[in-house]
Design a protein around this ligand. Structure first.
Ligand code: PHB
Length: 364
């Protein structure tokens, strides 16, 4: 296996997206939006500073008021939110970059104080997650969600469609469907969180239906070659959510169907989100082989390991998350072998410009 790092700096295509290098900025929740879910006024500087990435996947963004699970996360369902994102995409494009938006519904990973009229968060089934989430008045324990009625599901698919249409009007280069990390779509995929008896629960075909219908709605707005999807078959990180009992079969079937849809890319969190790339016996190379499009690998890759999987053809690009927080010029630092800044975790979430747009580049 060749490990020359040169490949990191070569161009590639993910569907219609043309990347000048193989560094993808992973979607990173930074919790700096307003209570109205309009992106932070500092966000355009933050993303512009990172425009050298082959592709920026902007932070997970709520598709509806009900989709929100953390304070100060942005949305893409009002005119003001769309206008806020337009400034960001214009700035990134002027800086020579490319940016897609990650479309998010958290499902049960929420709290009534984050929901319209203080209602219960919704989920496939009334199964409680474990632990707290961040609300506007601090960390609060999550609650048992309300199971969605079958007749509410078309409305959720419409929310994906409308958010995708707004993302297009906001000037993004594409969108990523967030079907990972134990949020709504992933809650439907897993037989542990999905105990439904309608056409959205039970068999693998039924549990994958919502992800596939939401993805199709997004494709209807964008064309498949500008739509990617993120999956995380083994993570338990968010809400201490148990994995599906048969992840190889469930996510394998899903990837076969997504492959038929000719999506731009498949993006996997390999291992534990917010943690490390322990694969828990899951074979990501086999999953990747079932997909006809491009593959973005993610989760704590060193530049050496990233180059190795690019050189052997396992991946087409590698998403780096935490390293992009402290190193806006991550691509340049990798090119010249400069040391990396380890951003303190206290800078990850909430606050203003500090710990957000004040990490310097090597050259001014
Ligand atoms: C997080 O806030 O840590 C977070 C948000 C979205 C994800 C994963 C983690 O998909």
């Amino acid at each position: 296996m060749s490990t020359s790092k040169d490949i990191l700096f070569t161009p590639t295509s993910l569907g219609a997206l043309k990347l000048p290098n193989r560094f993808v900025m992973a979607p990173l929740t930074r919790s700096r939006a307003g209570s109205d879910m309009v992106p932070s006024p500092f966000a355009k500087t933050y993303y512009q500073q990172r425009a050298e990435a082959g592709l920026i996947i902007a932070e997970a963004t709520n598709i509806s008021p009900q989709a929100r699970g953390y304070a100060f996360t942005p949305g893409i369902f009002t005119d003001a939110q769309e206008a806020g994102w337009r400034e960001i995409t214009d700035t990134v494009h002027q800086a020579g970059g490319r940016i897609v938006l990650q479309l998010w519904h958290v499902g049960r990973i929420s709290h009534p104080s984050l929901q319209p009229e203080g209602q219960l968060p919704v989920a496939p089934s009334a199964v409680a997650p474990s632990g707290p989430t961040s609300t506007e008045s601090g960390m609060q324990d999550m609650v048992t969600p309300r199971a969605l009625r079958t007749d509410e599901i078309p409305g959720i698919i419409e929310d994906y469609r409308n958010a995708a249409a707004r993302a297009r009007r906001a000037g993004f280069d594409g969108v990523e469907v967030h079907s990972a990390n134990c949020y709504l779509l992933d809650q439907f995929l897993r037989d542990t969180t999905n105990q439904r008896t309608d056409q959205y629960g039970g068999s693998v075909e039924n549990r994958t239906r919502l992800t596939l219908e939401a993805t199709q709605a997004v494709i209807d707005e964008w064309g498949a070659d500008r739509v990617g999807i993120r999956l995380s078959p083994v993570t338990r990180a968010i809400g201490q959510t148990p994995t599906d009992s048969h992840p190889v079969e469930t996510y394998g079937y899903l990837v076969d169907r997504l492959s038929d849809m000719k999506l731009a890319y498949l993006h996997c969190v390999e291992g534990q989100t917010r943690g490390s790339r322990t694969e828990d016996g899951f074979d990501f190379v086999s999953l990747r082989r079932r997909f006809s499009g491009s593959y973005i690998a993610n989760n704590g890759y060193s530049f050496e390991d990233a180059a190795a999987i690019l050189n052997d053809g396992t991946a087409d690009a590698v998403a780096f998350g935490r390293p992009f927080i402290g190193n806006p010029d991550l691509v340049e630092r990798a090119r010249i072998g400069a040391p990396l800044v380890d951003a303190p975790e206290s800078s990850y979430y909430m606050g203003g410009a500090e710990g957000y747009i004040d990490f310097p580049k090597l050259s001014g």
